[in-house]
Design a protein around this ligand. Structure first.
Ligand SMILES: Cc1ncc(C[n+]2csc(CCOP(=O)(O)OP(=O)(O)O)c2C)c(N)n1
Ligand code: SF4
Length: 297
């Protein structure tokens, strides 16, 4: 079984800026994997491109560092050929909701059995602070000096409306809560979205740790909390407006599991040929020593 320490790559330590929200997400995920008792050969991770994607260097797992926005198609291929594995995908908001937005939409409606974790820092971190699809309206950034004009993407609302079977939102500043979200998401059968508010301390000076702490509350503390109620989940997803001028008592940001359908029909369920994982259909491994002989130096 993997321990949190096993998941670290020894001397190769994360190079994220000191204080970056990625550290909290890193710790929460390592602990979630340990507490779920996953073995190294049962787990595969896929990353998109961005500061979050540098996690590919820091996790000691079987994994794939994909192209910008293309982590979900790669993960889909893995999940379909190896339905026996636990597949975890990490993406950024620019990566997954921007350039990869179409893949996000279709992965949700297909209900591919995997866990998608979005590092939502509401900015392009790696490319030095341009506006992303989840940047607040009117936010000034190097690419929007007059302020963002358009409405941000509402990933939780999109996923709920598109028939997602597990939708959660976490906060990188609440590691114990985030770890529990990760565990539930990984155990869910079907596509699991965990959108995580991950403060970028270098480029987003508005949506900071303290900004979130003043506004966040947990959906499970609501008196009528029922994660099976899609209509309520959608209403909840709409109460996330957090314009820059909004005072803490005027805008409250819910975190937690918005939606969970424990009896979901996955894409894999619709493919009876996956009863036997595809790799088991392949030929037995062959000895390629002879084929390599001409290249020996
Ligand atoms: C096809 C393509 N377009 C643009 C880029 C440049 N690029 C690299 S990272 C990045 C933004 C990453 O932002 P985000 O996904 O929000 O992740 P973060 O760095 O904030 O974790 C961009 C635009 C690229 N690598 N590939
Ligand atoms: S630029 Fe932002 S997201 Fe990237 S490592 Fe630094 S603080 Fe984190």
């Amino acid at each position: 079984m993997l321990t949190a320490a096993d998941l670290e790559r020894g001397a190769l330590k994360p190079t994220w800026c000191p204080g970056c929200g990625n550290f909290g997400m890193y710790r929460a995920l390592k602990e979630a994997i340990e507490e779920l008792g996953l073995a190294a050969e049962e787990l595969v991770m896929v990353w998109g491109i961005g500061c979050h994607g540098n996690g590919a260097d820091f996790y000691n797992v079987q994994g794939f560092h994909g192209l910008h926005g293309r982590a979900l198609p790669l993960a889909t291929g893995i999940a379909l050929t190896r339905p026996d594995l636990t597949v975890i995908v990490e993406m950024g908001d620019g990566d997954g909701y921007g350039i990869g937005g179409n893949h996000f939409l279709h992965s949700v409606r297909r209900n591919i059995d995997l866990t998608a974790i979005f590092h939502n820092n509401q900015i392009y971190g790696l490319t030095t602070g341009q506006a992303s699809p989840t940047s607040d309206q009117f936010m000034r950034t190097p690419s929007t000096p007059g302020g963002v004009i358009e409405e941000p993407v509402n990933p939780v609302g999109v996923a709920v409306a598109q028939g997602a079977t597990f939708v959660a939102r976490g906060f990188a500043g609440d590691i114990p809560h985030l770890k529990e979200l990760y565990k539930r998401a990984i155990q869910h059968k079907g596509f699991s979205l965990v959108d995580v508010y991950q403060p970028c301390v270098t480029w987003n000076k508005v949506n900071t740790f303290s900004w979130f702490r003043e506004r966040i509350y947990k959906v499970e503390d609501l008196p009528d909390y029922d994660p099976r109620d899609r209509t309520k989940a959608f209403h909840l997803s709409m109460s996330t407006f957090h314009e820059l001028t909004c005072a803490p008592d005027e805008c409250r940001i819910p975190i937690g599991v918005f939606l969970e359908d424990p009896d979901s029909f996955t894409y894999q369920d619709g493919l009876p040929q996956l009863d036997r994982p595809m790799f088991k259909h392949a030929e037995r491994p062959r000895d390629i020593t002879q084929a390599l002989e001409p290249y020996r130096v």
